[in-house]
Design a protein around this ligand. Sequence first.
Ligand code: GDP
Length: 456
Amino acid sequence: MLSFATIVAPATPPGEGGVGIIRLSGPQAVDYLKIVCKGKSPVSAMKSHQLYHGHLLNRDLEHVDEVLAVVMRAPRSYTGEDVVEVHCHGGSQIQRSVLDLFLAVGAQMAAPGEFTQRAFLSGRMDLAQAEAVVAVIKARSERASRVALDQLDGHLSRLIHHFSRQLKDSLALLEAHIDFPDDEVGTLDLSALLAPVRDLSLEMGSLVESFDVGRALREGISVLILGRPNVGKSSLMNAMLGESRSIVTEVAGTTRDTLEESLVLGGFPVRLIDAAGVRETVDPVEREGVRRAREKALSADLVLMVVDGSGPLTDEDFLALELCQSDKTVIVVNKSDLAQAADITRFIGFERLVSISAKHGFGLADLRELIVEQFGRDESFSAGEGVVITERRHRDALLRAITALEGVLVSVDTLAPLECLAVELREALSSLGQITGETTPDEILDQIFSQFCIGK
Ligand code: GDP
């Protein structure tokens, strides 16, 4: 076990709350508690993982707070080191004073993610699990937190280890032939070597495909509501949200700026964005809105292109339509409660079209279904035994591993020396090791942990 300074940081967010928790980790965590905490049970007699009552006193023996404290002795703690948590009153000043108390006796302020970094360095969790800690904290839907908790539980890590084990077997076979070409190992059966390489490359490929769902779960889906003024964009947004947040009015062009709301659809966190009405206009405020709508249409994951089905389509509708890419657009024909007059054959080339009435709620279930379908239903979770990758870093490492495995297959086809195959296999193994942290360069590790919040 590596020896570190003892670190301290608030584990609860700043601000007012019922309790605030200050956490320490390191070889002197318990000693520091001994110095500042007095209670019926002396700190040295505290049993691990049990909560004790006590009072914190400063150097001048002034009372700082009445607290509950718990000691979690190494290695049975989050970091694998001695950990102390002090539950004080949840005010920002009290927490600051408690923190200062520990800093005054010698603890060092923890860097962002340092607790989790220590957990990783002491082998309590691998890198993919450490990254999942952030994903669990940041999850914005139940489904997103389920995927993150699975990753924290080691589902992804186990799959990666399973891949690595098979590649190591192939590499061992290959190396035996390289080291003892004429010996008792016999002639190399290339098909026995190639079959697992080919299978693994396919399995990794389907894991890579789960990234679309994973990214949508992690970052959320951005859905832009686009259309000329008065077609019912605000009404649609309100209907989707189930409450009146954006102002619905009968005067064309009142939704001047973009408005964003969050909701959960089919387990995906969704950002619903109502863009300004798209219209060529001399009004400078509105023109700026149109420019932003163009930008947002480009960056959105999905565009709901709304038209008014009760009237003929206009040039303005086609202007808005020009901003849409067919593979990420749903045409929403609104006002289906009125007699229909729009010529929807004009939307040829757009595969998804749905008729709704935002005012009366007709067709909204179909629309929700279409939105979720774009980002994968439960079947998408079947990839890699239900494992979903959510980190771009993991996807890139898998892609590098796949490229290396394809290199192995090409090397066999071109009768390249066995050493070349071994190099490619090692490259694939090293890429997989970057996911779990075994081969991740230090600067990447630092970068990953620096994205954590203080106290995590
Ligand atoms: P926006 O300018 O595109 O945001 O349009 P609004 O949501 O402000 O709606 C413009 C007008 O159309 C309002 O009077 C709404 O009540 C009306 N409207 C919206 N959706 C429907 C619908 O499904 N049916 C009918 N009959 N009227 C609607």
